[in-house]
Ligand binder design. Sequence first.
Ligand code: M6R
Length: 609
Amino acid sequence: MCGIVGYVGGGSAKEMILSGLKSLEYRGYDSAGIALIRKGKLLVRKESGKLKALEAKVGGPEFDGPIGIGHTRWATHGAPTRENAHPHQSGDGRIAIVHNGIIENFMELREELTRENEIRFVSETDSEVIAHLISLYYDGDLFDAVRSASRRMRGAYAVAALAESEPDRIIAIRKDAPLIAGVCAEGGLIASDIPALLKYTKDVYFIENNEIVVVTRGGVQIFDEEKTRMNRTRTHIDWDVTAAEKGGYEHFMRKEIFEQPAGIRETLRRRIDDSGHIALDDLEFTKEELDGLERIYIIACGTALHAGLIGKALIEKYARIPCEADLSSEFRYRDPIVNERTLCICISQSGETTDTLEGLREAKRKGAKILSIVNVVGSSVARASDHVFYTWAGPEIAVASTKAYTTQLTSLYLIAMYMGLLRGTTDEAACGRLLGELAEAPAMVEEVLKNEERFIGLAKEHYKKEKIFYVGRGLDVVTAQEASLKLKEITYINSFAIAAGELKHGTIALITKDVLFFALATQAALYEKMISNIEEMKARKAQVVAIAKAGAGRIGEVADDAFFIPECSDEIAPLVSIVPFHLISYHIAKLRGREIDQPRNLAKSVTVE
Ligand code: M6R
């Protein structure tokens, strides 16, 4: 959840670190700090709160230098105080570290260091033990000290370390927490995430588990645990700097909502060839391989799982392979039936979500092949997979996922059709129809976006409500779940989603006049059933706003209000019908004065269990 940045070079380390940390603000944080070496002295400044507080402390030229590390912390072990903020220092103040992840055995190490080495801890964090351990092993060579210290640490970590007596290099190491390195004209850089480096370089090295990076003014060198130099190729990141900036929008979330047509278009463009065929040959599936599959598991978390639930329906329909969509955090612990005749599809925007990464590893251990749908090129999930399908949403910065979701859905339409065509379980005509509609989807989303004023009106009418529920049937249940997640994470309103047919089995007891229902009715075969469900809600005095397809008839008279998305097939509807909810949630959050891009307690990529 935390952000790490480091720089060694001819420029100002402070400037680079602050700019890097700023571009990582979306990760969520509640304190920040920098360690620099200036004229042979290790200097540390840290503050609780936002970067502005830190900036005020590091203003003058007396706090700058050619080498430094920085950190934004999202509190886990210990409150968001200055003491708990990173960098942490050794007792003599000559070693400083920043850490992303969790040291699981920190209590045991802390007790040992206190008992046997009389070390006095000044913070409540798990990370402080790293600084003391490195210092304990330090014998004039920071590389060796970091390597020795890491052997004592259990858990997940990306660590960057500075030693006062080695003012020309940063040593960094990772295990199960993201770490990248890059080179710019003036020096070497490291960071936990791509946006931090974009301003300086677009060619990055992805550091693998247990590798140690030496960052100097001359660049970066990567070593394995045995100190063998690794020869790595750099990965080019196709994002431009402005894509990771707000570009005049008040919030990243609104910008990203409006970027959805472009994201869908780009994801399609990369996968449809000139003759209009789906081009997924690089995934190298054969008909025999697909025919031999017993089942497909889709694993993911949060919004990505919702995409997976739609994907399950599409894969079963087009490819006729039994498919289950499961929460990564449950999948990995429930001993799922996985073997070499299983395909595991992992969906993750960041590609760094620990639960999904661990689920992936579990499936791999049991013999499954892995196909991942990932937005961040070269991320851990992508690197651990046999096949990767990249979504082309561009960087998603707001914690609430919007454009990643619609590009994940787009990818799943293509994958399901591709599998169906390869297996012969679907025909060109059916796929042609769906592909034709997919090509129209960006325009349909644009059509919905034009109605922002309408959604602002709805938000104004309902933003004070304390209970907002979402119902639907068929694919609409998933859209309801995703819409509800979006609302609760950025507005903090109590909300849930339920299949409309399930209401009468208990939940109906909650309906009062204070409840607002959003009722989705985009699935033709279930439309009349939804009308009955809306009548049930109205009979109990709830307010109901319906979302249906243009031309849907009397739903507008049954519900209190209705919004109509452009006419489309039932299958495409989830791609379009989620968009009104993005804007409604956004405007309710705005009216309630929420921190929209960084909601409380949340971080963009969840790299802890
Ligand atoms: O990076 P991932 O797609 O793996 O993230 C999964 C979830 O943490 C994420 O979708 C989360 O639910 C979003 N904040 C929802 O908007």
